[in-house]
Design a binder for this molecule. Structure first.
Ligand SMILES: *Cc1c(COP(=O)(O)O)cnc(C)c1O
Length: 361
């Protein structure tokens, strides 16, 4: 057996070991067909079966109501930043966006290419350490939609509440916290998530779209980017990323075996509690995010002396604690502890942090 490291990568992120083992077992010969799943037509009964089962399992996990379509597309979450206005923002209309950090700002910059974007609230006034409460938002009742990012993967900020947008559809980028705890899908017009954080391998983006929002794309919207085209073709207008879709399906099955999103929520709560508790108690490590806005998934932290960062990372690597460096735009450290990162990984990280502090402080 090869020894697996503990992987704290922000994305592409750790996958459940059991899922990788199953994929390995099936790689050369999927279900005695004599070929790999990667080598099958996406139109074959076999692959369509895999695709439909993955959708059904995701529907079960998130209790997705009947009147929502589930789409499996390419282009990552970043492509959604353009696809959303192309589908939902008429040229004469405007949309509200909430700025909580780097990913929401990217979505804002891209949407501005297509129309009038109103930043209805920004965490900037809190230096991105806190999320403005809804009483501070300037929402426009006529907006085509309201867009926000439920978890800022780089900054380490997460909403623990769902905004109230009245009749205006709420659109959420859940790339880094989908399936980490229960969410009431019926509150949203659309939810989307790049797969490589909490779902599966990269190359796939999952979107959950309320049916009544389909079919309103701009005339100039490329066929491939029209959600209605994807929905009408079972996400197979062209060749979908079949291997990513299959592997994501294995992850959904694994999640069900772990007690679903409720089971994950319990585990994720404990994982983040342990790590923040340790950081808060120590004078050596700090996390600046206000308690009510702290991410359960991505936990940035700094060392009291930034000159020790390289030594910290090198020591971590020696212990097979990988990918703890913060995003290149912000520096410091970051531990991403998605669903597939076990409690044992968090415990090993804390043990190492304690030992490092003892040695250096
Ligand atoms: C990673 C990430 C993205 C970008 O995802 P890609 O699939 O690389 O385009 C967008 N939003 C959030 C919140 C992310 O974490």
């Amino acid at each position: 057996m090869t020894k697996r490291a503990y992987n704290f990568c922000a994305g592409p992120a750790a996958l459940p070991e059991a899922v990788l083992q199953q994929a390995q077992k099936e790689l050369l010969d999927w279900q005695s067909k004599g070929v790999s799943i990667m080598e099958m037509s996406h139109r074959s009964d076999e692959f369509v079966g895999v695709a439909n089962q993955a959708e059904q399992d995701l529907r079960d996990l998130l209790s997705i109501p009947e009147h929502y379509k589930v789409l499996f597309m390419q282009g990552g979450a970043s492509q959604q930043f353009a696809q959303i206005p192309l589908n939902f923002l008429p040229e004469s209309s405007s949309a509200d966006y909430i700025d909580t950090g780097i990913w929401s700002r990217k979505s804002i910059d891209e949407a501005r290419r297509y129309g009038n974007i109103n930043v209805a609230a920004s965490a900037k006034k809190y230096d991105y350490f806190s999320i403005p409460g809804q009483n501070e938002w300037q929402l426009n009742k006529q907006a085509a939609y309201v867009h926000y990012t439920t978890n800022e993967t780089i900054g380490g900020l997460q909403f623990d509440w769902i905004p109230e947008s009245g009749d205006v559809p709420l659109v959420a980028d859940m790339s880094s916290d989908i399936l980490s705890r229960p969410v009431d899908v019926s509150r949203f017009g659309m939810i989307y998530a790049g797969a490589q954080k909490n779902i599966g391998p990269s190359g796939l983006v999952v979107a959950i779209v309320r049916e009544d929002l389909l079919g309103k794309a701009r005339a100039s919207c490329p066929t491939m980017l029209d959600y209605k085209v994807a929905a009408d073709n079972g996400s197979m207008y062209n060749t979908p990323p079949t291997f990513s879709w299959y592997l994501s399906g294995l992850v959904f099955k694994w999640l069900k075996e772990q007690g679903g999103v409720e089971g994950m929520a319990k585990l994720n709560f404990e994982k983040q509690r342990l790590l923040y508790e340790y950081i808060d108690k120590s004078d050596f490590y700090t996390n600046p995010i206000s308690k009510s806005a702290r991410s359960w998934m991505n936990i940035p932290f700094r060392l009291a002396d930034a000159r020790l960062e390289q030594a910290f990372l090198a020591g971590a690597q020696e212990r097979a604690l990988l990918n703890l460096q913060g995003h290149r735009s912000v520096g410091g450290m970051r531990a991403s502890i998605y669903n597939a990162v076990p409690m044992a990984a968090v415990e090993a990280l804390i043990d190492y942090m304690r030992a490092f502090e003892k040695e250096k402080a």
